[in-house]
Design a protein around this ligand. Structure first.
Ligand SMILES: O=C(CO)[C@@H](O)[C@@H](O)COP(=O)(O)O
Length: 232
């Protein structure tokens, strides 16, 4: 993908989050990576979405250093950079404060797979991170947010479960491209909304069986997929 194509993809991912109601005010950010060039492109910090252009996306290296100083990169840049380093298969990262996913993150409630809507996109429970320690917050809050996500995925496949709920904060979601990351953020919000309503009816709802989870997830993802990858 050319630099210009990636800039437009990152802009599109940011605007999709706003247009789908996942982001209000300047909360949230989306980025993409050109791994061959060692460059991350990310939304600038605090710029109103209706004024963003593709040229405003800030180029950074994989250590999270801005490569130009026209605009400040998103304040969450270091979290994105840790995720790109920890998860080599991903090409886009999105952070939102979408309502239901953030409620779950604030309540520290993982989202179990309660139905096939979830299973079409997430091959298991969407986890919640542990809380950062006061020392970690003081040392480097944004970097440690990425580290605690990577820690949460030590035994999980980040491409099979492309989302996490950061305790007391909100969701981070990723995908093979910025567009896919934004789409996964939309589905996460829908899944979180349905799970929240299930939990109102039953505080400990029953997850679907592993067989049904596998049936739905694996027919759309992975080598044996018989339907479009992630496109139910
Ligand atoms: O997590 C938060 C706020 O809690 C951020 O997403 C939000 O401030 C967006 O910051 P940026 O405009 O990307 O610097």
């Amino acid at each position: 993908m050319s630099d210009d194509d990636l800039r437009h993809a990152v802009l599109r991912a940011n605007l999709d989050c706003v247009n789908h109601g996942l982001v209000v005010s300047t909360f949230g950010n989306a980025s993409g990576i050109d791994r061959a060039a060692g460059r991350i492109l990310i939304k600038p910090s605090g710029v109103p979405y209706d004024r963003l252009s593709a040229g405003d996306m800030v180029a950074c290296d994989l250590d999270g250093r801005a490569l130009d100083n026209r605009l400040r990169p998103s304040s969450d840049l270091q979290t994105h950079a840790v995720l790109y380093r920890a998860f080599p298969g991903i090409g886009g990262v999105v952070h939102t404060h979408s309502t239901y996913a953030t409620i779950m993150a604030q309540a520290r409630r993982p989202i179990p797979c309660l139905g096939t809507t979830h299973a079409d996109y997430f091959h298991g429970t969407i986890p919640v991170t542990r809380d950062l320690t006061p020392d970690e917050i003081a040392r480097d809050y944004v970097l440690m947010t990425g580290e605690v996500i990577a820690e949460t995925f030590a035994a999980l496949d980040p491409l099979a479960i492309p989302a996490v709920l950061v305790a007391g904060h909100g969701p981070f979601v990723w995908g093979r491209t910025p567009d896919e990351a934004a789409h996964n953020a939309l589905i996460l919000e829908e899944v979180a909304r349905m799970a929240w309503h299930c939990m109102v009816l039953d505080p400990a709802p029953q997850p679907i069986t592993q067989a049904l989870l596998d049936r739905h997830y694996l027919r759309k993802h992975g080598a044996g997929a018989t339907y479009g990858q992630g496109q139910p």
